[in-house]
Write a new protein. Sequence first.
Length: 516
Amino acid sequence: MKIMNNNTLKIIPEPVKSSINDGKFFINSRTKLISNDLTDDVLKFLRKFLKDYKGLNLNQEEFSHTINYDNAIILKVMNSNKTMQKESYTLQISKALIEITAGEVNGIFYGIQTLIQIIFLENIVIDEKSETITLPCLKISDYPRFKWRGFMLDEARHFFGKETIKKLLDLMALLKFNIFHWHLTDDQGWRIEIKKYSLLTEIGSKREGTIVPNAKIARSKGKRKVETDNIPVDGFYTQEDLKEIIQYANERYITIIPEIDFPGHVVAALASYPKLSCNGGPFKVSSLFGVHKDVFCIGNEQVFEFSKDVLKEVMKIFPSKYLHVGGDEVPTRRWNTCEKCQTRIAKEGLNNTKELQEYYTSRICSFLKSHEHILIGWNEILYDNLDIDAVCQYWTNNFDLVLDHIKKGRKVIMSEMSTIYLNYPIELTPLRKTYEYDPLPTELEENYVQNVLGLEACLWTEIVKDSKMVELRIIPRLLAVGEIGWSPKEVKNFERFEEKLNSFYKILDYYKIGYD
Ligand code: ACM
Ligand code: ZN
């Protein structure tokens, strides 16, 4: 028997407004599912949940104005209701009906996610064997604080595969995330099939081993040899795999933003195509972490051809109009001594090697723009004349530049490293610290607030080797980020969040998501 706790619902993220009323609604085998103007996916999603969770096989009917419904779940898109904010919904449970209404299907989807949580958390179990779900009457009106609610996963350092990604997308949907940023390439692995450059996966998706903790460094003939575990790491997604995952994400109203990290963090690409480097290599897919000095040669036109060809294929696979092209941690060391890079500097009238990265970003940004795409890059891409539409993802350092970018009317996504990077141990970034992070900088005046699109929690996976470890890193902090992204600041409360968390574990159990 479950006891209601002070009439407070334990939904994560906390809804904008909720109230519990007298009475109960019973979902049973006679409950009908009624839709209007809905995509099949949304309806399928709820039907499938009720079938999997309780074995209920509910009938589905078209909404009719002439019927007075009873014992029904009604999902209604109110196309005429222009006042409803995108992604907002209302969920009302009365004795006769469960009604979810929204201005767009996304809203209905979030109403369903809330209903699913209520079913897990508030079902008054009278008889364990009964398939009836007993819910309290209530009303919820809800909408997100930020329109960009993301989670980034690095699959270059370790590869987890399709089933892990689908499980993560399920969890993200439940928490009302709408962006999955997928870091697919780096020094230690290239994980996306590019048909025109097959060596990227033939060579670039495999490495011989991974540096061990406290690795010993030996020197032989002036060369450094770092101790690795000699356990090969490999794996990549074919374009068919990617289409399957994109479809899965679409059904959950999640946009996938692929990241192809250029012009640094490219050692796996250089191992495959060494001519793209300043010194010609040879290179091995890296077993070490940190910043690598070998990057693309900006003096070489083939680098631009290569980058554009890769991005063309990426644009064909992913429907997102945003593409992430990295741009973080690009050392200029090789460029300083490269003849081709120096020629480029002279020819383009650049002042120094730092401006070579600006030159690269600007050409890639124009290319994406000419294909009606928007460039996203880490905050290292920022410079004065950066294209107005380019989006900056902030992670560390130079916050003044980011504020400046915002004040020029440009857009940012906040991924502040010390609070919402989930790869750090919980001792270093405790749950409260994550929960209390506010993506809106305190110094930002009201008229700039809309330039902060939202936030992304990031999981870098240098030391995260398998999907179990992914889960242990992201739980519970991803839940906190879910609440930051969706809930109004006024309804956030850490003590209450912790309480809600205790109940939420049974939902994680159902989805077989691990936690400490
Ligand atoms: C980053 O963490 N290098 C973006
Ligand atoms: Zn060069």
